[in-house]
Design a binder for this molecule. Structure first.
Ligand code: NAD
Ligand code: UDX
Length: 463
């Protein structure tokens, strides 16, 4: 029986996941630790609305559990020492240096965690990989723990997280499945897996808790993201064909999605997928395939990324060519910056890449997003290092009012599918824009006919 859980990493996964475990398992003490002091301070903020991650429903779960059996702390050693089960939920970004640069997952944070556990642990531990990791990482973690530890026994489990941002709490409350990989060959391994099964069994039906060997579990996570992203790239590739053939991509998606073998989900054509996972995990899959000499496998999956990059660039090009081949000095309003609605996460958001192209064409951008903060928008652009920070500041303004962003604009680009954009007073927006007033709907969110009736020149994807 597990009494104390520690989770290293208080991010988009660690925070919500542990909050729900604490909610559903009131007898287990859950401590989430992070080296980022600001992040932990925000998790502990007296006003629960200031927690660092925006997710519908999360505030309620944190309000219920924080201080009861959910704790946030920067005392990593102490939490490791006390816990019987340690989740590693740190970031595993794409490597930006050395061998595998731009493709492989950077495992330095994972290794640091393993070494810290090895240094601190005095009692047996179950170590759970919650981060998304390349297949066979458990081997490396075990090597570090077994060779540098204090004679402590470790079991390594893989328990990848399938939540999507924006619906994290809902996904955690009712997951399609929970996947637990471990050492199925030994009794200790099976016991460790059972201990984690018991945690989830507090609220997840047993039939939905899947146990596999550790390699299958690690690889399934990369595969799930690759398949999901592949669907988006597939429909996006068709969107371009729809635009030249007078087919409508939403109609095509509906028609194929009603085939139960295909299914209706993840067929929404867009300006391109973003988020911290899809690109990173596919690049990682491509890298792994290449490292085993499986070039055809690598090329097959890499095409998903190539198509996504094309979709983002194509959206920007269409905007520029429609605006008479120049956006220099023109104000373009951006509605949305987050990579999808209902999150404040902007990692790999299509908006960043579209903005970068338009800024290179000397456009003046005015961005409105209901949840993304101004400093994040500048950070995202500065991170690309296409131009100086000062140039980004000069080229982009950020407002907290969509009407202000759209005022005197030549064009509006819808980059995130926030529901509130549908309810804006589009007549008012039209009246205050330069004419012709263009809307480029990168999410197929708005009512195109209504906008055209108002007088807009409305352009969308796949139609
Ligand atoms: P994140 O960047 O939001 O959070 C990671 C946290 O780990 C950061 O706060 C960082 O400070 C902390 N950290 C790093 N090294 C540390 C150390 N040595 N000790 C203590 N804390 C440390 O990342 P995330 O989005 O939560 O993703 C975490 C993992 O989960 C990644 O592997 C990701 O691929 C995977 N994942 C993410 C999602 C998602 O929707 N974001 C979904 C499924 C899986
Ligand atoms: C994804 C996976 O869905 C989740 O299971 C995994 O744990 C983490 O990665 P996330 O990136 O949070 O989740 O969001 P998701 O809903 O998958 O959307 C990813 C991107 O694809 C977004 O930019 C979204 O707008 C885009 N998308 C999604 C589309 O363009 N069309 C679709 O039909 C679906």
């Amino acid at each position: 029986m597990i009494n104390k859980i520690c989770c290293i990493g208080a991010g988009y996964v660690g925070g919500p996941t542990m909050a729900v475990i604490a909610q559903k398992c009131p007898e287990i003490q859950v401590t989430v630790v992070d080296i980022n002091e600001t992040r932990i301070a925000r998790w502990n903020d007296e006003d629960v609305n200031n927690i660092p991650i925006y997710e519908p429903g999360l505030v309620d779960v944190v309000r219920e559990t924080r201080g009861r059996n959910l704790f946030f702390s920067t005392e990593v050693d102490k939490a490791i020492e006390e816990a019987e089960m340690i989740f590693i939920s740190v970031n595993t970004p794409t490597k930006t240096y050395g061998v595998g640069k731009g493709m492989a997952a950077d495992l330095k944070y994972i290794e640091l965690c393993a070494r810290q556990i090895a240094r601190v642990a005095k009692t047996d531990k179950i170590v759970v990989e919650k981060s998304t990791l390349p297949v066979r990482t458990a081997r490396a973690i075990k090597d570090i723990l077994d060779n540098t530890g204090n004679g402590v026994k470790y079991q390594i489990l893989s328990n990848p997280e399938f939540l999507a941002e924006g619906t994290a709490v809902e996904d955690l409350h009712a997951p399609d499945r929970v996947l637990i990989g471990g050492d199925t060959q030994t009794e200790e391994g099976r016991n460790a897996m059972q201990a984690l099964v018991d945690v989830y069994a507090h609220w997840v039906p047993k039939g939905q808790i899947l146990t596999t060997n550790v390699w299958s579990s690690e690889l399934s996570k990369l595969t799930a993201n690759a398949f999901l992203a592949q669907r988006v790239s597939s429909i996006n590739s068709l969107s371009e064909l729809c635009e030249v053939t007078e087919a409508d991509v939403d109609e095509v998606a509906k028609a194929i999605g009603m085939d139960s073998r295909i299914g209706p989900k993840f067929l929404k054509s867009s300006v391109g997928f973003g988020g911290s996972c899809f690109q990173k995990d596919i690049l990682n899959l491509v890298y792994i395939a290449k490292s085993y000499g499986l070039d055809e496998v690598a090329d097959y999956w890499e095409q998903v990324i190539i198509m996504n990059d094309h979709q983002k660039a194509r959206f920007a090009s269409k905007l520029i060519s429609t605006l008479y081949n120049t956006v220099s000095g023109k104000k373009i309003a951006f509605l949305g910056w987050a990579f999808k609605k209902d999150t404040n996460d902007t990692r790999e958001s299509a908006a960043i890449y579209v903005a970068d192209i338009l800024l290179s064409e000397q456009a003046k951008l005015s961005v409105y997003d209901p949840k993304v903060q101004e400093h994040q928008i500048y950070f995202d652009l500065d991170y690309l290092a296409t131009r100086s920070e000062e140039e980004n500041k000069n080229g982009v303004t950020v407002t907290n009012d969509p009407y202000e962003s759209c005022k005197d604009a030549h064009a509006i680009a819808v980059l995130t599918e926030w529901d509130e954009f549908k309810d804006l007073d589009w007549q008012r927006i039209y009246d205050n824009m330069l004419k012709p007033a263009f809307v480029f709907d990168g999410r197929r969110l708005l009512d195109g006919d209504q906008l055209k009736n108002i007088g807009f020149s409305y352009h969308t994807i796949g139609k």
